[in-house]
Design a protein around this ligand. Structure first.
Ligand SMILES: [Mg+2]
Length: 370
């Protein structure tokens, strides 16, 4: 089987809530997503998606994803899409770094492998652990009262895990303390609360916050910009600790584990470079006894399907949370994607990723290589 053509499509994904706001006043209103279609000489086609969280979250941006896919496309024509490690070696040789660029291409080839094998990607990634996967809901940064009200609303929809976007836009740690306290008061036994500063606190702010909420049952996620700052905060705190932005590859996972820097790792598929490398990172974290948030930087139905396959194939004990990004956006770009039920989702049992793009939503290709 050989790759015969690669096309890519740009699609805008507006948010139900109107905007998504996180640390330092960063905000996105419409997500700029890219869908990749990889066709083969045997009639099977696979699909992937990459959607950076704006141009100022990770070192990635939507136009960069498309420029990179156009750059890599010609290197993949004629290759066997089922040989995922070989394919990744080709991509890494052709383009140094830029993991997010490779993610949708890798994802599309997993979709092809699954269809060729007649198996869901979840099975190929290790098998299905449990009936479904618990989801968290990200609570966009607003006033403490507004965030508490949002949590109550999403709780009524079935979510039991909530990730608060802290890292106050005005650098006011007191407001972040109030956010965590206001939400905590609304929670019930069995609920899980995470305060994610997305690198937004200076160390003195982070140290004040963890001390002020010491009596509360809350996870602290990526408080500061650098790994070293996060490690310092971790050593002055007794909250369970999640690292996300700093954990961008196997080297950092090993370092973090050696330093006992975190209890949970956030694995975003495109941060690692696709399902192949996210699976590698996932498996290492499982061996190291870490909890895992399995997700991506953002996306629509295709990204959500890929998350569901990777999360569902993660041992339940290690699986901390996952995300149903397709429920945050107003537009459906594929049929067959996971649908949340009671705050949980499951990977499709159809071969591959189990999704079929809605071509009327995607328009004409912006990249066509073949
Ligand atoms: Mg995070």
């Amino acid at each position: 089987m050989k790759i015969s053509r690669i096309t890519a499509y740009q699609v805008d994904l507006p948010l139900h809530e109107g905007s998504y706001n996180w640390s330092g006043g960063k905000s996105v209103e419409v997500f700029d997503s890219t869908v990749v279609r990889v066709e083969t000489d045997q009639g099977i086609a696979g699909h992937g998606e990459v959607c950076p969280l704006g141009p100022f979250y990770l070192p990635s941006y939507a136009a960069g994803a498309r420029a990179g896919i156009a750059e890599l496309g010609p290197h993949l024509i004629g290759r066997d899409p089922r040989e995922l490690d070989r394919l990744n070696a080709v991509m890494d040789r052709a383009l140094k770094g830029h993991p997010y660029v490779k993610s949708a291409l890798d994802m599309a080839c997993w979709d092809i492998l699954g269809q060729a094998a007649g198996l869901p990607v979840c099975t190929l990634l290790g098998g299905r652990f449990g009936d479904d996967v618990a989801l968290y809901r990200a609570i966009s940064q607003e006033s403490p009262e507004a965030m508490a009200a949002k949590v109550a609303g999403y709780r009524a929809e079935g979510y039991r895990r909530f990730q608060l976007k802290v890292g106050d836009k005005d650098g006011n740690a007191d407001t972040d303390i109030a956010r965590i306290r206001a939400v905590s008061e609304r929670l019930e036994t069995g609920d899980v609360l995470i305060a994610d500063a997305n690198t937004g606190w200076l160390m003195h702010e982070a140290l004040r916050v963890v001390r002020a909420v010491r009596d509360l049952d809350v996870y602290i996620e990526q408080p500061c910009e650098s790994y070293e700052e996060c490690l310092t905060v971790r050593r002055h705190s007794d909250h369970p600790f999640v690292l996300d932005e700093s954990m961008d590859g196997i080297g950092m996972l090993l370092k973090g584990h050696a330093d006992r820097a975190m209890d949970v790792v956030n694995i975003k598929i495109n941060k690692l470079g696709g399902l192949t490398k996210a699976r590698r990172a996932r498996d290492l974290c499982v061996e190291m006894g870490l909890g895992l948030t399995i997700e991506d930087s953002w996306g629509g139905d295709i990204v959500t399907a890929a998350i569901a396959h990777l999360a569902h194939s993660t041992p339940a004990r290690n699986r901390f949370t996952a995300t149903d990004f397709n429920s945050y956006v107003t537009k459906s770009i594929a049929e067959g994607a996971p649908e949340r039920r009671n705050g949980r989702m499951a990977a499709s049992e159809a071969p591959g990723l189990g999704v079929a793009p809605r071509w009327d939503m995607l328009g004409e290709p912006v990249i066509d290589v073949g």
